[in-house]
Design a protein around this ligand. Structure first.
Ligand SMILES: [Zn+2]
Length: 287
C-alpha cells in the first residue's frame, strides 16, 4: 500500500489508560486462555463473560498515563490513522449525509467500551452502542504470525471490516438483524454470518475505491500490486473453518459465526470487484 502519515483525527488513543481490576491486576491474565480466540474469530458477545463493568476501576478520561512506545509502533499508529481517515472519507462520499464519523480506539490489554469490558484476546471489534472501532495493535502480530496473514493490506482489511460494521449500524442493518435474531432464534447464527460476510464485502468496496490509480498523488491511500492477494489471504485465514481446524482439528459448520474461508474471501472479492453497497446484499440469499 502507498500512504502518507496524516492526521490522527480518526484515532482515540487509549493505550495509556487500560482499565485495571480493583485487585490491581490487568484484566484477564487467566481469562485470556478461555477467550483466546475472541469475538473477531468466533463470536460476538464475549464481553459479558468478563463481568459487569462496575467491577472495574478505570482511570478517569483524560488522566492517561504516558505511553511507552517505539518508533515502529508509532508508525503503525500513523498507518491506522491514514487508513481510517481514508475509510471515512470514502464512506462519506458513498453515503453522503447518511455518514457519521467513527473513531478507532487504540488500547492495550483491555478496554472499557459501551458494550462492556473487553480484552485484547477478543480481537478487534466494533461496538454499536458507542459507534467505535476497538483495536489493540498487537493483533497485527497475531494476524501475521499466528494466522499467516502478513502485509499492510491484510491489516487494512481488518480495519475496513470493522468500519463495515459501523456502516451496518448507520444504515440500520445491524439493528434489524438483531430484531430478526430475536424473532427467529434458530436463525441467529446464520444471520450473524450474513452480517459478518457483509462487513467483509464492505471492506472490499473500500478496496475497490482505494485501488484506483492516482490516489496516492492526491494524498490518499492507494493499493499496490500484491495488496489484493494479501487481503484475500487474510479473509481466508480467519474463516471459521480454518480457525476451527487450527484449534480442534475438526470443522463444525453449524458453529460458524463469521463464515468459512471461501465465503469470506468470496464476499470480500465481490465488494472489490463491484464496488457498490448494493453488491453486498448477503441477506438476499446469494451465498
Ligand atoms: Zn465482524
Amino acid at each position: 500500500m502507498k500512504w502518507t502519515p496524516g492526521s490522527r483525527d480518526s484515532i482515540e488513543d487509549a493505550r495509556g489508560r487500560s482499565p485495571m481490576l480493583r485487585a490491581g491486576l490487568p484484566i484477564g491474565l487467566g481469562g485470556a486462555v478461555i477467550l483466546l480466540i475472541g469475538s473477531w474469530l468466533t463470536g460476538t458477545n464475549l464481553f459479558t463473560l468478563l463481568g459487569p463493568s462496575s467491577d472495574v476501576s478505570d482511570s478517569p478520561a483524560g488522566d492517561s498515563r504516558p505511553v511507552a512506545t517505539t518508533p515502529e509502533e508509532e508508525k503503525m499508529v500513523d498507518f491506522v490513522g491514514a487508513v481510517a481517515d481514508d475509510l471515512q472519507a470514502t464512506w462519506g462520499q458513498l453515503l453522503g449525509s447518511r455518514y457519521q464519523r467513527t473513531k478507532v480506539v487504540l488500547f492495550r490489554d483491555a478496554v472499557e467500551s459501551a458494550c462492556g469490558m473487553a480484552e485484547t484476546a477478543v480481537g478487534p471489534f466494533y461496538c454499536p452502542s458507542d459507534n467505535r472501532v476497538y483495536l489493540d495493535l498487537s493483533f497485527y502480530n497475531d494476524l501475521d504470525r499466528r494466522f499467516g496473514a502478513p502485509g499492510d493490506f491484510a491489516q487494512a482489511y481488518v480495519l475496513a471490516h470493522e468500519v463495515g460494521h459501523h456502516i451496518q449500524a448507520l444504515l440500520g442493518t445491524e439493528a434489524s438483524m438483531r430484531a430478526e435474531q430475536q424473532r427467529a432464534p434458530s436463525q441467529a447464527r446464520a444471520l450473524s454470518v450474513k452480517l459478518e460476510l457483509q462487513a467483509d464485502c464492505y471492506a472490499g468496496v473500500w478496496g475497490h475505491v482505494a485501488r484506483q490509480p492516482g490516489r496516492f498523488l492526491a494524498g490518499r491511500v492507494e493499493l499496490e500490486a500484491g495488496d489484493i492477494e494479501e487481503g484475500l489471504n487474510a479473509a481466508a485465514a480467519i474463516g471459521d473453518d480454518r480457525l476451527q481446524r487450527m484449534q480442534t482439528g475438526r470443522v463444525v459448520p453449524d458453529s460458524f459465526t463469521h463464515g468459512s474461508s471461501a465465503q469470506r474471501s468470496t464476499w470480500f472479492r465481490r465488494g472489490l470487484d463491484v464496488g457498490t453497497i448494493e453488491s453486498c446484499n448477503t441477506f438476499g440469499g446469494l451465498q
